[in-house]
Ligand binder design. Structure first.
Ligand SMILES: C[S@@+](CC[C@H](N)C(=O)[O-])C[C@H]1O[C@@H](n2cnc3c(N)ncnc32)[C@H](O)[C@@H]1O
Length: 326
């Protein structure tokens, strides 16, 4: 069978089960089975698929046909321009979470400290904690998850990127037990899907990603509602809390932030125009309020805001391009 024939066969199998992304998924899988890049496929179209690549593809095709997400099948995903291991122990990183990280990096005040203390609550695969540790070498990062399996995956990712020892790993429930004024930044992408909506999620998400990473309780805000007052206490003056929220949760989360005493409360839109990032700040050291306008005036660009790569896609291997057909 040639590369072209294998591609068409997989594309048809996936399209037959209603996969709207059948073509691109087939291309990703085939390119990876060949050990190359998607851009190599056109010139390899008439090459014969070797036995090893064929075996690998058959295994992946069966899993994809069973509805498993491509990132779990191939075992990795790209986030903020880096490759992270990805499997059923944790949620697949999403593009809006890259925007959350970009917003955190652009928050000026907490990063002015000599060793800013950053806490990633609900770390999952560790993409937020690891990215912040890499982007801000002076930061002291803590990553918390209540699931040991997720923490294991996060540690693997930290090791892969050389920051495992820079992160404190904590198995726990939100910020339970955190000392007062012990953090400068708290970041969380917690489960926020209302329990009743889980059954209506796409099968590829509902049936394969951990429900513990999705289910936010009856109104989706169960965990966020508990975290906000904990964060208000754990943050030092001049600190900031950033949350990823569901697109209809902005007004409720704003109210929760204000009720807990946060200032400069903002609900920011993602690149798709949906209200997905909540931010609140605490009083600074001199007892002055860090309002949004003052922060904006004082802000220095600390990150170029560029969001690279296809976040939810698997990675392109860093191998050299495939050799031309024999
Ligand atoms: C939506 S996933 C986010 C994973 C990762 N931070 C990301 O952005 O891709 C939420 C994570 O929160 C964790 N989690 C759920 N409830 C928690 C709790 N009470 N305390 C700590 N972590 C919790 C889940 O195990 C899961 O890994």
């Amino acid at each position: 069978m040639t590369v072209r024939e294998a591609l068409d066969a997989l594309r048809h199998r996936l399209a037959d089960r209603g996969d709207v992304e059948a073509r691109s998924i087939a291309e990703w899988a085939l390119a990876r089975a060949l050990g190359g890049r998607r851009s190599d496929l056109p010139r390899l179209a008439h090459r014969r698929l070797e036995a090893e690549a064929s075996r690998r593809l058959a295994d992946w095709a069966a899993r994809l046909e069973a509805g498993e997400p491509l990132q779990y099948v191939l075992g990795d995903a790209e986030f903020f321009g880096r490759v992270f291991r990805c499997d059923a122990r944790a949620l697949i990183p999403r593009p809006e979470t890259e925007e959350l990280v970009a917003a955190v990096l652009a928050e000026a005040a907490p990063w002015r400290r000599s060793a800013p203390r950053v806490v990633d609550v609900g770390t999952g695969a560790g993409v937020i904690a690891v990215t912040l540790a890499i982007e801000r070498p002076a930061a002291r990062v803590t990553a918390i998850d209540r699931r040991e399996a997720a923490l294991g995956l996060a540690r693997e990712n930290a090791r892969r990127h050389g920051v495992e020892d820079r992160i404190e790993w904590r198995l726990g429930d939100l910020l339970e037990g955190a000392a007062a004024a012990s953090a400068d930044l708290v970041v969380a992408n917690l489960p926020y899907v209302p329990t009743g909506e889980i059954a209506r999620l796409e099968g590829v998400v509902r049936d394969h990603e951990p429900v513990s990473a999705l289910d936010g309780g009856p109104d989706g805000l169960g965990l966020i509602r508990r975290l906000i007052p904990q964060a208000a206490r754990a943050l030092a003056p001049g600190g900031a809390l950033f949350l990823e929220v569901g697109e209809r949760q902005g007004p409720d989360v704003s109210a929760l932030l204000r009720a807990a005493g946060f200032e400069g409360v903002e609900i920011r839109r993602d690149l798709a125009g949906r209200e997905r990032i909540a931010r609140g700040v605490t009083w600074d050291r001199r007892g002055r309020r860090m309002t949004g306008r003052r922060l904006a005036r004082r802000a220095r660009p600390t990150h170029d805001g560029r969001i690279s790569g296809r976040a939810s896609s698997p990675s392109e291997p860093s191998t050299k391009p495939l050799s031309p057909p024999a």
